[in-house]
Design a protein around this ligand. Structure first.
Ligand code: ZN
Length: 372
């Protein structure tokens, strides 16, 4: 189970830290303070090595954050929704909820990140230039950050999907062929080729004695390979779901309950008899809310017979719904952005059906087994 912490908002975008990030932050700080700076500046004392090491490491991750923030701001500018930015062991990721709809949008969004890293590298080069004969710790920090941000820009420009350069390449092929799936396939082939080069280079290094460095490079290759495969699958899945209507995904049967029902009856007559954990609450034909196992468990058992469903359900105004006529991609992105397991299908406020997360998955499995 992965843990992420929300650390704040920047320009309205949520910034999260994944627990795996602590490992890379620790490793980078430690290698800067105990080996990189001591080798370059042996005259400094340990205290100074660590102070500059920690400061450099913090600024490095702030630079990674700025890179992802630039992707996100350009995406928002283009009318996309951004769920947030998460820093994790391999750097950062901006979670943009939908695939861009036009190649030009993707081109700008992808290019913005490496460009921001180049600008940051330029700023640190300037800082290094100004401080080089005056304050050695500052110029040391600045020269490292200029170099690392420059490498970050170059690494991200490698034309393999899902790296930024791969997205740029995909946008170019997509605009030339007008076929996003083909463009993604080519860009992820190259991405997987690059990933295997990393894995081989890593293994080579391990056998040449630089085992820690080698393992790290191979590990990055393994991650890139997985990301290239998943990225392509997602595009295929989205293409498949675009043809699907909400009505095709709806559960064949579902049971609605009355708002006046007690929790005891809900548990005895519904939850224990059926496998469903959640029920739409309906009065007349108007949807009032949804009650789920989680809501019931929040109430002490001895109060179940005196508590009504309407008192603890998620009410209508807080429900996430889909409308009759929406396509499968809308359903998928609702499930992606909200932590729910079922979506009521409505027309106005009338309940027309229910789509469960598991229905979408089984539909996709059936489709791919039928080979369509
Ligand atoms: Zn990027």
């Amino acid at each position: 189970m992965r843990t992420t912490w929300r650390i704040g908002r920047l320009f309205g975008i949520k910034v999260n830290i994944d627990s795996s990030w602590l490992i890379i932050f620790g490793l980078v700080t430690w290698s800067l303070a105990s080996s990189y700076f001591p080798a370059q500046y042996p005259a400094w004392n340990t205290w100074l090595h660590w102070t500059v090491g920690v400061a450099t490491s913090i600024l490095f991750f702030a630079s990674v954050l700025a890179h992802e923030l630039t992707h996100s701001l350009v995406a928002i500018r283009q009318g996309e929704k951004v769920r947030g930015i998460t820093l994790f062991i391999f750097g950062g990721v901006a979670e943009i909820t939908e695939e861009p709809k036009r190649p030009s949008k993707e081109f700008l969004m992808a290019l913005a990140g490496p460009l921001s890293s180049l600008v940051i590298s330029g700023i640190f080069t300037l800082l290094w230039f100004l401080s080089r004969n005056l304050i050695e710790p500052v110029s040391a920090l600045a020269s490292y950050l200029a170099m690392i941000n420059g490498s970050l820009a170059l690494f991200n420009l490698i034309p393999g999907f899902p790296l930024d350069g791969g997205r740029v390449l995909r946008a170019v092929i997509w605009s030339l062929t007008d076929n996003r799936r083909l463009a993604t396939r080519v860009a992820s082939w190259i991405g997987r080729g690059v990933a295997f080069l990393f894995i081989f280079a890593g293994i080579w290094q391990v056998f040449s004695g630089a085992w820690l460095n080698g393992l790290w490079i191979a590990f990055i290759g393994w991650f890139l390979n997985n990301a290239a495969i998943t990225g392509y699958r997602q595009v295929v899945m989205r293409d498949m779901l675009r043809e699907v209507r909400v009505e095709d995904l709806q559960a064949p049967t579902y049971e609605a309950v009355n708002p006046g029902l007690t929790l005891q009856r809900l548990v005895d007559d519904y939850m224990l008899r059926r496998r469903d954990h959640a029920y739409p609450v309906v009065e007349g034909d108007q949807l009032q809310g949804i009650i789920c196992l989680h809501d019931v468990k929040a109430v002490p058992r001895k109060k179940w017979s005196e508590t009504q469903v309407s008192q603890v359900m998620t009410p209508w105004d807080r429900l996430v719904t889909v409308s009759v006529g929406d396509d499968g991609n809308t359903v998928l992105s609702r499930f992606g952005t909200h932590d729910v397991n079922q979506l009521p299908v409505v027309e106005g406020r009338r309940l027309m059906g229910i789509v469960r997360r598991s229905d979408v998955i089984s539909h996709l499995q059936l489709q791919s087994e039928l080979g369509s």
